[in-house]
Design a protein around this ligand. Structure first.
Ligand code: ACM
Length: 538
């Protein structure tokens, strides 16, 4: 009899564990989950306990509870309820961003060595609530499974890039995307603010950059086609608006990395100030996409001063450490055609345009270093010849990239990553095959996004920490509308959040797909567009 009781008890326990496991639908998957057997009751009386230094996180949680219960939770300095705590001793175990979320029958505790970790604990707690909680007018108690989650991210760099040059989307869309990044514990918003087809950031010293450079008369609508919208496209952020977005991101523990493209992808700037170009032929912001005619004339000290002035304003505006200077797909032809550039190269012993690019990039890197910040650029900044159209050209590089630069790998042989880390560089892996959000879902299905590993196969363990993490990139040439944009980003952003956060042993695509059903319910209510893999986009 005793044995039967024991077996029955065991069955009940394991059944309730399975039940509880099914209710733990957190994306990105936490790295350690220990299930309890009972439930915590959340209701309008639940209060939040937090010290002064955690008021931002306490308010964020209080707002979530207000959305659900239509009543703001009290934030107290002492008491019982949901307690948020900074515990510096946890740093050795959990690092800067890790957290412990403990839910027992009577109370909830979120602890971390930093406010960032507490914020992530709040995001996990939030995902344990019903998908519609924040959109309901709940009167009833909410039962939450008791659990202990001990969680810390796999990588410190978990980035999403938005190209606003090709199609400007504006503050509301950016905030909406930042909200989704926060929910998914993505910590880096890489903001591609300048490119050939539009300059999107106010620079006070050079007003024409936005007066002229933020507008184009028309826009190509298909690759290699004469089709156009027949309408002008424009938009830019004032520095005041940028400050507001920086503050919004900061509340969500997201750092913004601004990207100011140089020395290529420069046509909008050259249209505004023609003396910046190497050819003297650019008269308008381009309406087509693809390879462009001109590049900055980096042999001219006036152009270098101009770029440094811009960086001064950018560095004063953005509090983060890293400034991205692009550096990809530079058209070398204008330099080859320009007598002035050729003379400059000879004088400085620069044998090829690649050497000129690295020489220039190092000047910029040193300048950024002097200001206490750090430069990042697409992997062409190392001088590797990665473009098919240049394969028959002699483009060996002699110059060596400055040591402090962060290499943003996007294209070329994966061995280039190994070489970069062995040379001591930090790398962010954004291999285009794996991380580009403009690619169709036929080309990059969700399972492929999910399976991406930022550490290339075979890379020696001692180099792993040089790989800071990964980025996923939303290029917007062909995405004029909010709906089209979001249907490229979602649900892939959720898959990438596990790429950046979850240890390989805890990743599982089937579990992810199951959890995604709940996340999609949330997106439906939040008005987030997403793609269903069994549909075909036109
Ligand atoms: C890039 O896709 N040109 C970085």
């Amino acid at each position: 009899m005793q044995l039967i009781k024991l077996i029955a008890f065991a069955i009940i326990i394991s059944f309730s564990s399975v039940f509880a496991q099914k209710n733990i639908k957190i994306i990105p998957q936490p790295n350690k989950i220990e299930l309890g057997e009972v439930e915590f009751t959340l209701n309008t009386k639940t209060q939040i306990i937090a010290s002064k230094e955690l008021q931002n996180e306490a308010n964020f949680l209080a707002d979530i509870l207000k959305e659900g219960f239509n009543k703001k939770a009290k934030i107290q300095s002492k008491g019982k309820g949901i307690t948020l705590t900074i515990d510096p001793t946890l740093k050795s175990q959990l690092g800067e961003e890790g957290y412990i979320l403990l839910i027992n029958k009577a109370e909830v505790s979120i602890k971390s060595a930093s406010s960032t970790g507490v914020f992530y604990g709040v995001q996990s707690f939030r995902q344990l609530l019903p998908a519609d909680f924040e959109y309901s007018n709940q009167q009833d108690d909410i039962l939450i499974p008791t659990v202990k989650i001990t969680d810390t991210p796999r990588f410190p760099w978990r980035a999403f890039m938005l190209d606003e040059s090709r199609h400007f989307k504006g503050s509301e869309e950016v905030k909406k995307l930042l909200d989704q990044m926060a929910l998914l514990k993505m910590n880096t918003f890489h903001w591609h603010l300048t490119d050939d087809q539009g300059w999107r950031i106010e620079i006070k010293k050079y007003p024409k950059l936005t007066e002229i450079g933020s507008k184009r008369e028309n826009t190509q609508t298909e690759r290699k086609s004469d089709k156009r919208t027949g309408e002008p496209h424009e938009g830019f952020y004032t520095q005041k608006q940028i400050k507001e977005i920086i503050a919004y991101a900061k509340e969500r523990h997201i750092t913004i990395v601004p990207e100011i493209e140089m020395p290529g992808h420069a046509m909008a700037a050259v249209a505004a100030y023609p003396w910046l170009g190497s050819l003297g032929t650019t008269t308008a912001v381009p309406e087509t996409f693809g390879k462009m005619d001109d590049s900055f004339n980096i042999a001219d000290p006036k152009v270098i001063s101009f770029l440094k002035d811009i960086l001064d304003e950018v560095m004063a505006l953005f509090p983060g450490e890293v400034v991205h200077i692009g550096g990809d797909e530079v058209n070398f032809e204008p330099w080859e055609k320009s007598e002035k550039v050729q003379k400059f190269m000879k004088k400085n012993g620069l044998k090829s345009p690649v050497d000129l690019q690295v020489y220039f990039t190092n000047q910029i890197s040193n300048y950024i270093d002097e200001k206490g910040k750090r430069m990042m650029g697409w992997n062409e900044i190392m001088g590797d010849n990665i473009h098919e159209e240049n394969q028959d050209k002699k483009l060996e590089v002699e110059q060596k990239l400055a040591n402090s630069a962060i290499v943003h790998f996007w294209k070329g042989d994966l061995n280039l990553i190994a070489r970069a880390v062995k040379d001591g560089y930090n790398v962010v892996n954004s291999n285009h095959w794996d991380t580009y959000l403009d690619y169709t879902f036929e080309r990059t299905p969700l399972s492929k996004s999910y399976a991406f590993n930022p550490i290339p196969e075979g890379l020696g363990e001692k180099y792993h920490s040089y790989i800071l993490g990964f980025g996923t990139q939303m290029w917007t040439e062909w995405l004029p509308t909010q709906e089209k944009l979001e249907r490229q980003i979602f649900p892939r952003l959720a898959a990438y959040s596990e790429v950046g956060w979850t240890n390989l042993a805890n990743k599982d695509f089937t579990t992810f797909e199951d959890k995604l059903v709940k996340l999609k319910q949330r997106w439906n209510l939040a008005g987030v567009y997403y793609y269903e893999e069994d549909e075909k986009l036109d």
